[in-house]
Design a protein around this ligand. Structure first.
Ligand SMILES: [Zn+2]
Ligand SMILES: [Zn+2]
Ligand SMILES: [Zn+2]
Length: 357
């Protein structure tokens, strides 16, 4: 890039192109220091109990529809009691002159409890504990892919009340369905197009460029790189990318799964350390559809979309211009990467514990 280009990225309003979705975002690096008179979120330091008798995810507790959780000791997976998708949905469709279009959608919704402990998050778990979760994700992806009506498996976590998460017990959800939903479908178009035009993988090539430039890399280990994508929308959005071209989580080797667990522990710890708060986010894995087709274009990856902007109490809202035009950000991806790069991999609550001499 020319010097002129560098100045564009750091000093002047500009648009950036999202390679994965073919959408644009507006970056306004000249105005991050404007005064904030908007909404402040509240934080709490109230400790949570390790077991909550009223939590429907804690071991041994009764769930809303009468099932009782086993007294589990590691992870625990079950069908969501209030599933948004059902396997028994009829394959009806509606098309009135191309104007009113609808189709029945079959699917399955699963819940994965990360731990029997009510009071921990990924950031407070060990790499070994997170590895067990990664293995459960791979098992679930495989088992759901075996069902003939499942064409796509979406694994995602909503963490924190700010993200609308109704239960603080550490867990994620898996929604598996017949069709490829909107976000991965947009990425699939771009991944395919790049492969057809250039004969290589868009994300392999993108990763190569980012590793060479370095200024958006947060950290890397043997198997994975965590970076702020060039086109990031959320202030501290990250992309967790395997170095090797693997299309789904099943294809990760045992060693790669360990490095995935290490990357997940470190990014969630750094998020918590950034504003000394249990950092809210939505995260999820994008990977190859399970439609019995070959998908060499897919390079699996995980997104983290955290809503916090400049402190534990200032949230970024996607309203106004974002809803009507396209996303916009002030702090650049490069500045955000620098902030996350300087964070410790040791969780702040652990670091603050008094040490015995
Ligand atoms: Zn619980
Ligand atoms: Zn690739
Ligand atoms: Zn993606």
């Amino acid at each position: 890039m020319t010097n002129h280009g560098e100045s564009l990225l750091h000093d002047h309003p500009h648009r950036r192109f999202n390679l994965l979705t073919a959408e644009w975002i507006l970056v306004s690096p000249h105005r991050p220091k404007r005064p904030w008179q908007g909404k402040l979120e509240h934080t709490t330091t109230e400790p949570r109990p390790s077991y909550d008798p009223n939590c429907y995810l804690c071991p041994g507790n009764l769930r809303a529809r009468g099932a009782r959780n086993p007294v589990y000791s590691g992870t625990f997976v079950f069908d969501n009691d209030f599933a948004a998708l059902l396997p028994t949905t009829p394959a009806d469709s509606l098309d009135e002159g191309g104007l009113l279009v609808a189709a029945g959608e079959q699917g399955v919704c699963r819940v994965v409890c990360f731990s029997p402990r009510h009071d921990v998050t990924l950031a407070e778990m060990t790499e070994e504990q997170i590895l067990k979760i990664v293995n459960v994700w791979a098992e679930e992806y495989h088992a759901l892919a075996e069902r003939p009506f499942i064409g796509y498996v979406q694994i995602f976590e909503n963490k924190g009340e700010m993200m609308g998460c109704s239960n603080p017990h550490p867990h994620c959800q898996i929604w598996a369905q017949h069709s490829v939903p909107v976000e991965p479908a947009k990425e699939m178009v771009q991944l395919r197009r790049y492969r057809e035009l250039r004969g290589t993988c868009l994300l392999c090539e993108y990763l190569r460029v980012e590793l060479k430039k370095g200024d958006r890399i947060v950290f890397e280990n043997e198997g994975f790189v965590v970076l702020i994508p060039f086109w990031a929308v959320w202030p501290f959005e990250t992309l967790v990318l395997p170095r090797r071209h693997v299309s789904d989580i099943m294809a990760l080797s045992g060693r790669e799964r360990e490095t995935f667990a290490d990357a997940l522990r470190r990014i969630t710890v750094r998020y918590d350390n950034l504003f000394s708060v249990s950092f809210p986010y939505s995260s999820g894995i994008h990977q190859a559809p399970t439609d019995n087709e070959l998908h060499p274009e897919w390079h699996m990856h995980m997104h983290f979309y955290p809503p916090l902007l400049r402190s534990a109490t200032v949230k970024k809202f996607m309203v106004g211009y974002e809803m009507l035009a396209n996303p916009q950000r002030d702090i650049t991806a490069e500045e955000s990467a620098g902030r996350l790069r300087e964070q410790s991999d040791t969780h702040f609550t652990v670091a603050q514990k008094p040490r015995l001499q």
